[in-house]
Design a protein around this ligand. Sequence first.
Ligand SMILES: [Ca+2]
Ligand SMILES: [Ca+2]
Ligand SMILES: [Ca+2]
Length: 179
Amino acid sequence: MSDNAAFRYGRTFDLFDVDHSGSIESSDLAALAGGVVRAGNVPVDSAKSQALHAAYQRFWEVVAHYADADYDGRVTREEFINAMSSGMSDGSLFTESIADAAGAEFAVIDTDDDGRIDLAELQTFLENAGLVPDEARQAAADMDADGNGSISTEEYRRAWLKFYLEIDPETKSFLGGPY
Ligand SMILES: [Ca+2]
Ligand SMILES: [Ca+2]
Ligand SMILES: [Ca+2]
């Protein structure tokens, strides 16, 4: 495993271990989903919120399937990095579950349901998630790969897959953000 890969897997682990317990659990993914729902300002009992929670739990099940070597319901940093470096991240289950989760997130951020995320919608979301306005503006511009002023589902999905699967030591977490 290259240093870059180790860095990226560790960064992803830190993103998922929301409660800093030293392992990823189902409850971490529920907390992540809750944060997205809050930042998106959608009701917690809405269909969008429920779809997002369900997608994150499916993602957790995929991670546990590959990585929870001792079946204790927790994926330690070592288990996660071992799984990522031995094929989990190449598997279609993993990439499909990321795409699935990204689609559910997209729906949360697309507040007017027009099928695209306007830069203003994304900036509002990112600021709610804790970014300062300059960071949010930059992150939104970076995600708009074709520069047409809005984020398509494809642009959103690609940004996430790139975060997980491509080597980018500069990016500390998703879009520089805290979640
Ligand atoms: Ca944890
Ligand atoms: Ca929209
Ligand atoms: Ca675009």
